[in-house]
Design a binder for this molecule. Structure first.
Ligand SMILES: Cc1cc2nc3c(=O)[nH]c(=O)nc-3n(C[C@H](O)[C@H](O)[C@H](O)COP(=O)(O)OP(=O)(O)OC[C@H]3O[C@@H](n4cnc5c(N)ncnc54)[C@H](O)[C@@H]3O)c2cc1C
Length: 403
């Protein structure tokens, strides 16, 4: 019988990796170590916005000056070179899964010359992360969308909420906060959020601000409950550490910001800068796609991390939501789910059976407290100390520096 695709005429398949998150970093490292037979006739490209990915787990440590920026960055351009993969450095603005095209912008920073550019694919993997959920700002119509500005290099921080994501922008804005704090004798930073990221950020902010001036202050606005998904023992340890660092915890919902005043459900608070770590929502491009989405704009995937609407699209990490089970958006699932997703991409190319990603029941969470001290949680077990901070540093550095 005649083969459908005799070897010489077999069409070159195009595998497009969108975003350089944890999962794609893992796959690129695998390719850099060893060329995979499955990919011999496959053209692999990465489209990502920045030539580096900043590792979120070390971001609070960088804010507190324990790390240099280079120590928390993964060089995607160098990794692509080592992996023999083409890097297309562009922001993705849309995905048309019916025509199998990813739409990007060329010269995005130069409004006059910016133009859409399309890249087609036969197999697409999405690992673009997510945006900070800023929907809380609109609850009472107190603040309009203009305040959510991701490109505010020269703007007055008093009138702008700074989302922690995209992290690349946050890093620039944090440096601006420090510059402003150096110029005054009393500076206040509000952190809005109730999860582990918000508590790490407020402790890092307090540590950094007090190095500049002991009267500077960071505080946390967390709504009714702090760390609601965590074990009670862990939560109480975190609250004690916040108190020990004189960080006020305000159990009220933040609603808006105007003229340096952060409005909550009960009062207005002075804030020279306001940082939001208020959970995640789908990135802007996910509003411009015909892939099936769920919740707040996440790509709907099954247990194989495969799009529920388009077989040849896989998605993993914060960009995706599983339809078969509840799963938090976290770096742990981006890494472990990413390994399974990468295997499934390779299996899909040759028509092999796909695997299911079954997350472990318990995951290790290490929460940095600003100084070189951390709290760890593993299911119902929790512990704290300087040694946990060094353990976290070891694990984080191993991830960032892996070959
Ligand atoms: C302060 C902080 C601390 C955290 N600590 C932990 C922790 O200790 N443990 C844990 O499990 N989780 C932690 N998290 C959560 C964790 O950061 C995320 O769940 C994780 O980063 C998601 O990884 P990802 O691979 O999906 O995407 P990301 O790591 O966000 O990577 C996305 C990539 O896609 C690129 N990209 C994004 N949009 C576009 C676009 N439109 N076009 C092109 N490229 C794009 C980005 O530049 C980036 O390279 C923390 C979060 C924060 C904010």
């Amino acid at each position: 019988m005649k083969k459908l695709f005799p070897k010489k005429q077999r069409p070159i398949k195009k595998l497009l990796l969108a975003g350089a998150g944890h999962a794609h970093i893992g796959l690129l490292r695998r390719l850099a170590r060893k060329r995979l037979d499955t990919l011999q006739e496959v053209e692999v490209s990465v489209i990502t916005e920045h030539p580096q990915t900043i590792y979120s787990g070390m971001l609070p440590g960088w804010m507190a000056s324990h790390y240099k920026r280079s120590e928390i960055s993964i060089d995607i351009a160098a990794l692509c070179r080592r992996a023999g993969v083409m890097l297309i450095q562009r922001p993705i603005i849309a995905v048309d899964a019916d025509t199998q095209t990813v739409i990007t912008v060329k010269n995005a920073k130069d409004a006059k010359n910016a133009k859409d550019e399309r890249f087609d694919y036969e197999l697409l993997s999405l690992n673009t992360g997510a945006d900070t959920d800023m929907t809380w700002l609109n609850t009472d119509g107190l603040v309009n969308e203009d305040l959510i500005d991701k490109d505010l290099a020269d703007k007055n921080l008093k009138n702008t909420v700074i989302p922690v994501r995209p992290i690349f922008n946050f890093v620039e804005q944090w440096q601006q906060i420090l510059k402003q704090a150096e110029q005054v004798s009393d500076y206040k930073v509000a952190v809005v959020g109730a999860g582990a990221a918000a508590t790490e950020l407020v402790m890092a902010a307090q540590f950094a601000l007090q190095q500049i001036n002991p009267s500077h202050q960071a505080y946390l606005v967390c709504g009714e409950q702090l760390l609601s998904g965590f074990d009670a023992g862990f939560r109480s340890r975190v609250i004690k550490q916040l108190q020990r660092r004189n960080i006020e915890i305000i159990y009220e919902r933040a609603k808006g910001l105007a003229g340096g005043k952060l409005a909550t459900s009960k009062q207005t608070l002075a804030a020279d800068a306001t940082i939001a770590a208020t959970g995640v929502m789908g990135s802007a491009w996910a509003a411009q796609t015909n892939l099936e989405t769920v919740d707040k704009g996440f790509i709907a995937v099954n247990d194989k991390q495969q799009s529920t609407s388009h077989d040849n699209v896989f998605a993993v990490g914060d960009v995706a939501s599983r339809v078969d089970r509840e799963m938090a958006h976290s770096g742990v699932h981006a890494v472990f789910g990413g390994k399974v997703e990468a295997d499934n991409l390779l299996a899909y190319l040759v028509g092999d059976k796909l695997k299911s990603y079954r997350p472990k029941n318990r995951t290790l969470y290490l929460l940095a407290c600003g100084d070189k001290y951390a709290i760890g949680s593993w299911g119902n077990f929790s512990a704290q100390g300087c040694w946990i901070w060094y353990l976290k540093r070891y694990i984080d550095k191993r991830f960032v520096n892996a070959k």
